[in-house]
Write a protein that binds this ligand. Structure first.
Ligand code: MG
Length: 388
């Protein structure tokens, strides 16, 4: 978004990506918790005033769902990249157009901003990085020339142009029926030599082959504050012939016990799940399955201790817990200090940063009818400083 200018980002997603070997469009296969197209569109969100994604009719529904997150438009792309970009140009209303390959999800905001800046200064901007390999021009199977490496760049996207220039170039390219692999080639053929912006990077790679999708590259940036929060919820039903329930290790008199494979400590289970969640680990059932005889009648506070160790191995320590319990019975209030003490021992969190609240459900629902107890917990963990 630039004062006095309207920026349109065009994202090409109409290719099949057959070299990646997937059964569907490579941009839509699961990748880093979403898919490549999601990250490519997201990169322009908040920078471009308008985002237009060109895709095949068969992907329209899936691409439309991604675009809806970012207020982006879709257009039907064509057989060739040139046709897809041309379709998008016809609906674009920016005076500056940035054209980007959907298969480059790692493009940074800085690279996009530089592309806009250089387009405003030079009339065009091709994101590129200096070649590290020597490049040979072939004639058949013989090298005909080797350009000086200093003159060779690997061309990436985004590529930025003034709308009127690139639209005029594409009008002619489409009329001529030529084949172009990128927009700079179209621009150079019909308008002028495009400006090289040396803001490209190895990280801004194009996902091409199947193996490109298997490594999380580049790694996620570290959390800014070094804190992470997680939530855990658990429910257990009454019905065990027992004169008490166990909540955070405290034995509280009750006319019925909670049914469970373990000791039924519903509160400890919620805390355990919150801690595991904040550490980015899997849930309690994954580590302590209720089908494993080893956990029959298990002390749930001991399991919470184990989960805390697992979180520490993942690089996090528990600093704060907020636990809320809903129960018609038993009366919990008198046991809260003991519960906090037990939680502090199990997790290492300072008792002043542990809160335990309890309430009824006003007679509503399964809790209100006295059928079971429900517990909710939010855990805050801090990153442990790595030494050496
Ligand atoms: Mg449970």
């Amino acid at each position: 978004m630039r004062k006095g200018h309207r920026i349109t980002a065009i994202i090409c997603a109409a290719g099949r990506g057959s070299r990646a070997g997937f059964e569907k469009n490579k941009l839509l296969v699961p990748f880093m918790g979403a898919n490549a197209l999601y990250y490519s569109v997201k990169a322009f969100y908040g920078i471009a005033d308008e985002i237009v994604v060109a895709c095949s009719p068969c992907d329209m529904q899936e691409v439309g769902a991604i675009c809806a997150h970012f207020g982006a438009k879709t257009v039907t792309g064509g057989e060739r990249r040139t046709d897809s970009v041309y379709s998008a140009l016809k609906v674009a209303d920016g005076d500056i157009v940035l054209i980007h390959d959907g298969a480059r999800p790692f493009v940074t905001g800085k690279q996009i901003e530089r592309c806009i800046d250089d387009t405003l200064i030079y009339g065009s901007s091709v994101t590129a990085c200096p070649a590290t390999d020597t490049v040979a021009i072939a004639c058949g199977d013989k090298i005909s020339s080797v350009p000086p490496r200093a003159d060779v760049y690997n061309v990436q996207t985004p590529q930025g142009f003034l709308y009127d220039d690139i639209k005029a170039a594409y009008d002619r390219a489409v009329a001529d029926g030529g084949t172009f692999t990128d927009d700079a080639s179209v621009y150079c053929s019909y308008v002028a030599p495009a400006h090289i912006s040396d803001s490209g990077s190895q990280a801004n790679k194009k996902l091409t082959f199947g193996e490109d999708f298997s490594s999380p590259f580049p790694p996620l940036p570290p959390l800014q504050k070094g804190y992470s929060a997680g939530i855990g919820i658990d429910v257990h039903t009454f019905g065990k012939a027992q004169s008490y329930v166990v909540l955070c290790g405290a034995k509280i008199p009750c006319d019925s016990g909670l049914v469970a494979h373990s000791d039924g400590d519903v509160a400890a289970h919620a805390v355990t799940d919150a801690v595991l969640s904040a550490a980015g680990l899997k849930d309690i059932g994954t580590y302590f399955p209720d089908t494993d005889p080893a956990y029959c009648g298990a002390d749930s506070m001991a399991l919470l201790k184990k989960a805390t160790r697992a979180a520490e191995s993942a690089g996090f320590r528990v600093v704060s817990l907020s636990l809320a319990i809903q129960a018609e019975k038993p009366r919990i209030k008198a046991h809260i200090d003991e519960m906090k003490h037990n939680l502090s021992l199990a997790t290492g969190a300072d008792q002043r940063r542990i809160a335990v609240g309890a309430g009824t459900c006003e007679g509503l629902g399964f809790v209100g009818e006295g059928l079971g107890i429900c517990a909710y917990c939010c855990a805050v963990l801090e990153e442990i400083e790595q030494h050496g």
